[in-house]
Design a protein around this ligand. Structure first.
Ligand code: SIN
Length: 313
């Protein structure tokens, strides 16, 4: 019998663990429809603000041999656009729950959007993005531990639906410990590790210049470059968080092998960003085929047989 990729997540069953990373192929209704019609197990909307935003000046995304650099600056169609989309989706589909990503410019803006979601008929999952590195003058929220705790305290005062947070990468055991201690205080459904590695710089030696316009070329790095950091974050939090908090693994998933590694570290769902941008929605067919081949070869019938079971030496 062939391996099954079916994934239980927050009480729903998904055909497979793959979804887009917020920001890629999810800005417009057309892109979201393509995602929901694709072989992705689930989809998430572009991180939104209350009002539509143009984002940063172009060029703001650049593909490089080992991945990508971007400084999009949260271009989005506004909160109502995405809330209406997911409400419409859930009224037509009972198979899987949609994910709605929000990224307000202030604590109050996040609370405002979440209050509306709480009072709405939305029964999917909210991802609160605490890690956008690309808005000039706005640091990544989750690097400020006190503010992160303040936001989560205020959110869970009233928010009762499933909610996860998108985190930036951390690079030190002291930070994994401190952040996990904060996260464990809250009824979070999941965390998503990782957003892009913030504020990298890619240089074109022909022009002797940078390749994206915003922030003098500084931007978030994704793709192959970031997989080891993503795996480390998934693993570090898998070992530190209470078991009710699931993990979505994001970062450097280009092949079935990358997906297998994220699952082995403890991820429940998997988001694909840079590779989806490169390949389009057919990436989900290929990734499933490659992951299934690895599982078949190893004799695994389901993901649960190996999830989180990374061996130490
Ligand atoms: C962006 O729009 O700049 C990307 C969003 C993110 O990295 O969170």
């Amino acid at each position: 019998m062939s391996s099954s990729l079916q994934t239980a997540f927050l009480g729903s069953y998904y055909q497979n663990p793959f979804m887009n990373a917020s920001g890629v192929h999810c800005l417009t209704v057309k892109e979201l429809n393509e995602l929901s019609a694709s072989r992705a197990g689930a989809f998430i909307t572009k991180s939104c603000t209350t009002k539509e935003r143009e984002g940063n000046p172009k060029p703001r995304y650049y593909s490089v041999p080992l991945g990508s650099i971007n400084s999009m600056g949260l271009p989005n169609k506004g909160f109502d656009y995405y809330l209406n989309y997911v409400l419409d989706f859930q009224s037509k589909s009972s198979d899987s729950l949609p994910f709605l990503s929000v990224a307000g410019m202030s604590i109050d803006e996040n609370l405002h959007m979440l209050r509306i979601v709480q009072d709405s008929a939305f029964n999917g999952v909210v991802e609160l993005n605490l890690s956008c590195p690309n808005v000039p003058g706005k640091p990544q929220v989750a690097y400020d531990f006190e503010v992160t705790e303040e936001i989560l305290t205020k959110v869970f005062d009233f928010y009762k639906k499933p909610l996860g947070v998108k985190l930036p990468p951390f690079f030190d055991f002291a930070h994994f410990d401190a952040m996990a201690q904060i996260l464990n205080k809250f009824p979070l459904a999941y965390i998503n590790c990782i957003n892009s590695v913030g504020n990298g710089l890619y240089i074109d030696i022909e022009s002797e210049g940078v390749v994206i316009k915003p922030k003098n070329g500084f931007g978030g790095i994704g793709g192959e470059y970031v997989k080891p950091t993503a795996l480390a974050n998934v693993r570090a939090f898998y070992l530190r968080l209470k078991p009710e908090i699931k993990i979505i693994g994001t970062g450097g998933i280009c092949t079935g092998r990358d997906a297998f590694e994220h699952l082995l570290c403890g991820a429940s769902m998997l988001q694909v960003g840079t590779q989806l941008y490169e390949e389009g929605v057919s990436v989900f067919d290929r990734l499933q085929q490659e992951l299934r081949e690895i599982m078949n070869k190893k004799g695994y019938k389901s993901i649960d047989e190996f999830r989180g079971k990374l061996k130490s030496l």
